[in-house]
Design a binder for this molecule. Structure first.
Ligand SMILES: Cc1cc2nc3c(=O)[nH]c(=O)nc-3n(C[C@H](O)[C@H](O)[C@H](O)COP(=O)(O)OP(=O)(O)OC[C@H]3O[C@@H](n4cnc5c(N)ncnc54)[C@H](O)[C@@H]3O)c2cc1C
Length: 431
């Protein structure tokens, strides 16, 4: 990958995934002349480089692209704008100088360690997968237990098969996509086991990756033991009750040589914590204002480091905005502080951003606590709109117009999701 990194910058972006690339483009288009993107991998593009399936770009480009194609378009746009994109460069620390200048410490292959200063900084480090240790699954510790994303890298990037007879714990999107991918590679996927009574992946992925291939989805079921000495040879699964506790009297064994884990993603915020950025305990990402600025002035956040997204197109939309505001701040634009707090109400797990300002249009991203059908969103006493079906796996995007927000005179705007609890209406789902 190209790799020029000289002097100081208007905006430095940490992470060259879809969020970092879009943020850099947003900053440049807002007038920042010197913009740098730093990524620890050889190539920019982030996790998309291993997502060789189609389905990216339907919202943003109105066409269906693979992950690498989607990433390639943004790398090209960044380079067209003379943005410096540097690979094999790890940001090992960040801070603020006493005059407020932001700085990052970059360790770069063949170049040693350098401190780069900037007027604004965008955090776009993405997320990582939860592993077996997060769930404390009992049993032996054989080979063959790995996260779905690692299996995706093995298959799509390295050309290696992780196993032949595969069980998957968790119905997150990566697990669903890997169920299909491994089936196409000739593996037998014996089933997807999901703790919750609903899938944690997009409905389209349940239908296209499981239903179309006859792969069973066992809801309200979990893995209670892993067996095998050198290699996994079976797992024990058990149904769970409403309290999510396994019913060990109804265990059964499932023969397999591989267990993939698709049990959630965690925003990668060690750098943010080192900086002193305030985090939201629910999203595990930074708390941000309507300009996507964190609790530290001049430090912005976007993409999966801010909250886990299910569609890359929304990452792009959010990151262009974060970059734009970072670019404007670097150019000296000052904005008044937000004066409206957004409060998650009934059935709402979280909302981003955390505060709003009157006089501008805002996009609010939120997730429901549970599936609801029919559902409606209520924003204070300003708006009430029908949504149809909502589920925690599918992020809700809600735009609020300035003239609507201007009618609000309180300090805390509460957002509720209303509706009837919905059962699992999904193709391929088995009780
Ligand atoms: C395994 C996996 C598979 C996925 N599959 C799909 C899918 O099929 N479809 C879909 O729509 N979404 C998928 N997603 C969601 C996807 O992550 C997001 O849509 C999108 O890639 C998020 O973009 P991002 O830029 O925030 O994060 P990422 O794409 O993860 O990019 C973050 C970048 O930051 C870099 N970085 C992190 N820390 C540092 C540091 N300290 N110094 C330098 N660089 C750093 C990383 O190397 C990485 O390149 C998947 C996610 C994962 C984890």
């Amino acid at each position: 990958m190209l790799g020029r990194m000289e002097g100081d910058y208007d905006v430095v972006v940490v992470g060259g995934g879809p969020a970092g690339l879009a943020a850099a483009i947003g900053a440049r288009d807002a007038g920042a002349t010197r913009v740098l993107v730093v990524d620890r991998e050889d190539e920019a593009g982030g996790i998309l480089l291993q997502c060789i399936h189609a389905g990216f770009g339907l919202h943003y480009f109105k066409e269906e692209l693979t992950g690498p194609e989607y990433a390639e378009r943004f790398v090209a746009r960044a380079l067209d704008r003379d943005i410096d994109v540097v690979g094999s460069a790890y940001v090992s620390g960040a801070g603020l100088d006493s005059d407020g200048t932001r700085r990052v410490r970059v360790m770069r292959e063949g170049h040693g360690i350098r401190t780069v200063r900037s007027r604004a900084m965008v955090l776009a480090m993405g997320c990582r997968e939860r592993t077996r240790g997060a769930l404390h699954i009992p049993g032996t510790r054989p080979a063959g237990v790995l996260t779905a994303g690692l299996a995706q890298r093995f298959v799509n990037v390295m050309g290696l098969l992780p196993g032949r007879r595969v069980a998957i714990l968790g119905s997150g999107d990566i697990g669903l996509i890997m169920a299909r991918r491994l089936t196409l590679e000739g593996c037998e996927v014996v089933g997807v086991f999901e703790l919750m009574p609903f899938s944690n992946g997009l409905t389209r992925n349940v239908v296209q990756c499981l239903g179309d291939f006859g792969i069973p989805l066992h809801l309200s079921t979990t893995v209670v033991e892993i067996h095998g000495q050198d290699r996994v040879d079976k797992i024990t699964v058990a149904p769970v009750g409403a309290d999510l506790a396994p019913d060990l009297s109804r265990c059964r064994e499932v023969a397999c040589d591989t267990l993939l884990l698709s049990i959630g993603l965690v925003p990668e915020n060690e750098l943010s914590q080192g900086l002193g950025v305030e985090l939201d305990v629910v999203t595990q990402g930074p708390r941000v204002s309507s300009t996507l600025e964190t609790s530290l002035p001049g430090v912005f956040a976007c993409g999966n480091v801010l909250h886990v997204h299910d569609l890359c197109d929304y990452v792009t939309e959010e990151a262009l905005l974060a970059g734009r505001f970072a670019g404007e701040l670097a150019g000296g634009v000052k904005r008044p502080r937000d004066n409206i707090r957004v409060v998650p109400g009934d059935n709402v797990r979280y909302c981003v951003p955390h505060t709003l300002a009157p006089g501008r249009e805002h996009t609010i991203y939120l997730r429901s606590e549970r599936p609801l059908r029919p559902a409606a969103i209520r924003v204070g006493d300003l708006v009430r709109r029908k949504l149809g079906f909502v589920t925690p796996a599918e992020m809700i995007t809600f735009r609020i117009k300035p003239d609507v927000l201007d009618r609000f005179h309180g300090e805390a705007l509460r957002i509720d999701l209303l509706g009837e609890p919905a059962g699992p209406h999904l193709a391929g789902a088995e009780p």
